[in-house]
Design a protein around this ligand. Structure first.
Ligand code: AMP
Ligand code: MG
Length: 394
């Protein structure tokens, strides 16, 4: 069986994924754009506020007519939000105005209703005010043509508020690459069902689909396969029709009933060993022009394979920043097999990182408690407390 280093295999996978994961953009409705990555810069098509308007319920007046306050002024009109209102204020009068209503020309301040008394026709204003008080000027928030958001921004609720406020119905966002996921194994049962002898709950398709979504992709679930080749072939056909990339889990190692290897080898697939732990058995095929990454079935192996071979290319295509690698201090000693790059599950603690249980690739609950992978180089067999280790953020 052929064997490769992690870097060799990662580069071969990258070259296969790269043309299948060409960044593209699409227009989506602003209310549906939460969490999407902006594909182009967005500039303000209009000024905000759109027109000069009142910040208070009260009376629009000229500050100059309040110099001798307290004063009484005739009320010539009432303007509600949504009214056009009088264009101009007659000197020496007041216009009753609601929050958000247009302030007439020649009025330069709004006196809050609680600082006045009125019988309806006349308003008594108790104190003088500064020009501009409680008036929101046109364009004081943003002016037309200003850059609102730069390409690459991940859209939040606040961003959506702004985009809607300037009147945009759609925004250009990065298309989410589609990853189909096929879990294989005769022993697998859907969560929520009851287990018979020898059966376990299927978790890899759940994990991989979630990892795809968390990194800017869309997951296409085509159902899980037994170890019967025809069943796998059927799901594979649906997957390559629907997706940019297919990920399979299980059925790639050296046992009997390795359905993925059995079906994909005659299609030109590479199946071999990558010098890593977990995730040693790996496969790679192109089916109808669609890359098919075949990960081993142990739950930790599958997710570590995703981290090491798929995550970076997916994020690049989705327009998301690369996940930074980091160095951290070991708070415990570590042993690692020689000749294999080991990705141990770790957790950040005060002063560095600790191990989250042992190296067994079935330890899915321990993986859930981890927040980093410790990347131990191939040639390293022991590391001491206080040593510096490379970590991958999960
Ligand atoms: P395989 O790579 O198919 O030999 O599977 C290796 C181990 O992972 C076995 O113990 C399987 O039962 C388990 N396994 C395989 N696929 C899944 C899955 N989708 N969900 C949970 N465990 C799995
Ligand atoms: Mg299996």
């Amino acid at each position: 069986m052929t064997s490769r280093s992690v870097d060799e295999h990662a580069e071969i996978v990258r070259q296969l994924l790269s043309p299948a994961l060409t960044p593209a953009s699409e227009a989506v409705a602003v209310p549906d754009s939460l969490g999407r990555v902006l594909a182009d810069d967005v500039r303000a098509p209009i000024d905000l506020p759109v027109f000069r308007n009142s910040q208070m319920d009260g009376y629009a007046v000229a500050a100059a007519s309040l110099l001798e306050a307290p004063v009484s002024l005739p009320v010539t009109a009432t303007v509600a939000a949504g009214d056009a209102g009088p264009e101009r204020l007659t000197p020496g009068t007041a216009v009753k105005i609601m929050t958000g209503a247009p302030v007439p020309l020649d009025a330069d301040c709004v006196v809050p209703v609680e600082d006045t008394d009125s019988d309806g026709d006349v308003v008594r204003i108790h104190a003088s005010r500064r020009s501009g008080e409680f008036v929101r000027d046109r364009g004081s928030d943003v002016t037309a043509g200003t850059l609102l958001l730069a390409a690459g921004a991940t859209l939040t609720a606040r961003h959506l508020a702004m985009l809607a406020a300037v009147g945009l119905a759609e925004v250009p966002v990065r298309r989410r690459p589609r990853f189909a996921v096929i879990a294989t194994g005769a022993e697998l049962m859907p969560p929520g069902s009851s287990l018979g002898p020898g059966q376990i709950f299927e978790s890899n398709s759940v994990a991989l689909a979630a990892a795809v979504r968390a990194n800017g992709g869309d997951a296409v679930l085509v159902g899980h396969s037994t170890d019967v080749p025809d069943r796998f072939r059927d799901l594979l056909g649906r997957a390559v029709d629907a997706a940019d990339v297919v990920i399979t889990s299980g059925g790639v190692s050296m046992g009997d009933f390795e359905v993925v290897r059995e079906v994909l080898t005659p299609l030109g697939g590479w199946f071999g060993h990558v010098a890593m732990q977990p995730g040693g058995p790996q496969g790679l095929t192109t089916v109808d022009g669609v890359p098919v990454l075949s990960f081993p079935g142990n739950p930790v192996s599958t997710l570590v394979s995703f981290e090491v071979f798929a995550r970076a290319e997916l994020r690049r295509c989705a327009g998301l920043a690369p996940v930074p690698t980091d160095r951290a201090t070991l708070t415990v000693p570590v042993r690692s097999p020689s000749g294999k790059r080991q990705f141990l599950r770790g957790r950040r603690v005060p002063g560095g990182v600790t191990l989250e249980s042992g190296p067994g690739s079935h330890l899915v609950a321990a993986l859930a408690r981890a927040d980093v992978l410790l990347d131990i180089p191939e040639d390293v067999t022991t590391m001491q407390t206080g040593d510096d280790v490379q970590v991958w953020e999960l």
